[in-house]
Write a protein that binds this ligand. Structure first.
Ligand SMILES: Nc1ncnc2c1ncn2[C@@H]1O[C@H](COP(=O)(O)OP(=O)(O)OP(=O)(O)O)[C@@H](O)[C@H]1O
Ligand SMILES: Cc1ncsc1CCO
Ligand SMILES: [Mg+2]
Length: 264
């Protein structure tokens, strides 16, 4: 059950504290993600050089590791930053973009989960299934499974890795292996904006920065994402205007909009 009072409290904390969110993310989504973090009230920084990630993550309130456009140097930086964050008990939110599409991605996912012990893993259904079942093949970065089909994998992955696992999709599921929270808001057009999932991951990191309860934080973030996406989609003619309307909605979202639109 989503606790609306706690959700509003966390949203207000993000706007008050403007936590620094260190993103090691992909070229496709950097700009969108940074703008979404600004819209919600957080402070984004994108940094992936091995020469600075340790220093950067040391001053950040949470770290996003997103493997969307990987190469060897990035992996090295992800591991340095992730291990430093772990050492400092800074939340690490992992986005396994395209897990299962190539052997390289699957290997890197395993390495990051083992070495950096993310507190939250957020992926689409196919990615979450592939993280648990290394035989499962995915098509690329888009899901070919429903979130319902991935729920058992998410629970098992959460228990195995001692993390909170988020599956995004028509319904979002957020689980620590035992409790499952469900977010029912959202709109199918959100799938047609590249990096909406990556944005969700960064918004999760913003909430994780102000709420130590990672299950609650991830649930609040996915609720705000889905409510904003749904409101924005209602006034958008396609994925171009949805991107812009989504940012504007996130910028303006408040208690009234949340209470009026949330579907429990
Ligand atoms: N069919 C749908 N109905 C409602 N909301 C949806 C639907 N599909 C996705 N969403 C919402 O869109 C956002 C992105 O989720 P999605 O599962 O598309 O991520 P993704 O596949 O990782 O995206 P990307 O790789 O492009 O970043 C989430 O907030 C999710 O709730
Ligand atoms: C399309 C795409 N390719 C690599 S990352 C990315 C952004 C959405 O995941
Ligand atoms: Mg994704």
């Amino acid at each position: 059950m989503i606790n609306i009072e706690h959700l509003i409290r966390d949203l207000n904390l993000i706007r008050k504290q403007s936590p620094l969110i260190h993103n090691i993310t992909n070229y496709v989504v950097m700009n969108n993600t940074a703008n979404a973090l600004l819209a919600i009230g957080a402070s984004p920084v994108m940094a992936h050089s091995v020469d600075e990630v340790e220093e950067m993550v040391s001053i950040a309130s949470s770290l996003v590791i997103n493997i969307g456009t990987l190469d060897a140097a990035w992996v090295e930086a992800m591991l340095i930053a992730g291990k430093k964050a772990l050492q400092k008990s800074t939340p690490v939110v992992f986005d396994p973009v395209g897990a299962g599409a190539t052997i390289y991605r699957s290997k890197v996912c395993k390495l990051i989960i083992e070495e950096c012990k993310p507190s939250i893993i957020r992926g689409n259904a196919s990615e979450i299934i592939a993280l648990l079942n290394t035989e499962a093949q995915t098509k690329g970065v888009d899901s070919t499974n429903t979130s319902d089909a991935a729920l058992n994998s998410a629970k098992a992955l959460a228990s195995l890795t001692n993390s909170v696992v988020v599956i995004s999709g028509e319904s979002d599921y957020i689980t620590n292996g035992t409790v499952v929270e469900t977010v029912k808001n959202g709109h199918p057009m959100m799938e047609k904006v590249t990096g909406m999932g990556c944005t969700a991951t960064s918004i999760v990191a913003a909430f994780a920065a102000v709420n130590n309860n990672q299950l609650e934080a991830a649930t609040h973030a996915m609720s705000v994402m889905s409510i904003a996406g749904e409101i924005a989609a209602a006034i958008s003619k396609g994925n171009g205007s949805l991107q812009v309307n989504f940012l504007d909605t996130l910028f303006n979202i408040d208690e009234d909009m949340i209470r009026k639109n949330i579907r429990q």
